[in-house]
Design a protein around this ligand. Sequence first.
Ligand code: PLP
Length: 415
Amino acid sequence: MGGYNPGSHAIQAHNAPTGAFFFDERSVSMEKRYVYLDHSATTAIHPDVLEAMMPYLTDEYGNPNSLHRYGQRAQRAIEKARRQVAAVLNCSPREIAFTGCGTESDNLAIRGVAFALRDKGRHIITTPIEHKAVLQTVKQLEEHFGFEVTYLPVDEYGRVSVDDVARALRPDTILVSVMYANNEIGTIQPIADIGALCRERGVVFHTDAVQAGGYLPLDVDALNVDLMALSGHKFHAPKGVGVLYVRRRTPWISMMTGGGQEHGMRSGTQNVAGIVGLGAAIEIAHTDREAKNARLRAMRDHLVGSILEQVDDVQLTGHPTERLPGHASFVVSNVDADSLLLGLDLEGVAASSGSACSSGAITPSHVLSAIGATKREAMSALRLTLGDDNTEEEVAYAAEAVPRVIQRLRQYART
Ligand code: PLP
């Protein structure tokens, strides 16, 4: 076992004023690293994003809805961020509303279409591997508001087939919601093809693009998307700010009523600093995106290759190629997921598992269950997600540390 002192470097990283983007500038030995490989959960604020936000956390505190100059400056900052988002989505700024998070965007998208079209039909199509932000929303519509939900089948990699969407469509179908990329297994869905089918059949199409936001093309015309949800903290903006895109003339009503902010799409005084940060972050994320993705993919493939080579009874989950560039996910047999995460934390690797923890009880991952994993397998998931702020050296460290921790835990279990 290496001489890693779990406290020291983590504290150093926490106190570093410039955030994880400066990990590689620190003179710490390989053994003392703390490597953050949980970018699907959240990301560090990019230094340039923080710099853009700072005025709106200090002197520029005006309410963007006030008429005086403080208000006008805040409003101008929001409109600039809206243009930055619209440029990446290739849409009109008026089709963008800033929200409080990805969950809120999914809620507003789905419920807004359902309520607008409830007299036309009450059938919604989605997948069993969506995030709970989508699953719980359609479940509530089903249990309390008389809607009917069809869950599409997914293959062993978690992919939906366009033919299955076509088969599931009915005259009373009002909405199809399929995520762009999965948070637990990284699989990317054929969104553009599903969107094209929905358009042909006159059905509204929503995609939860929260995990895709920083990595995949977001052109809503090319993707044939009518509504899209994004979340800032997944691509180096702060927590507490999201995006809802709603295509013009989509039958949709706002479920957040009040003062009519955000063109009436989402009432409530805006999180100005967060919005400014999101605008800067989306621009940064989509500049040289493919080159950054190629680097992430190379590091990810090294990590995956190393783990599969060194450890028996480990399986990669999700699609082997059609997956998010920095995303690696596994089922690790005969290892308790919590022990593995704690063991990795002690060895200086921040990872996550696919199992959701609710009310203290670990439940098997609904995503892994949907792709055919046994209950045991669905409770032994490991997710390692890389970001632009990871260095090759950090990934090399993790590629050595992860197999070591798994082997040690298995050895303990046997003795
Ligand atoms: N959708 C997906 C696919 C996610 O991965 C997440 C968060 O992990 C969300 C929605 C919710 O986003 P937020 O944390 O901004 O509410």
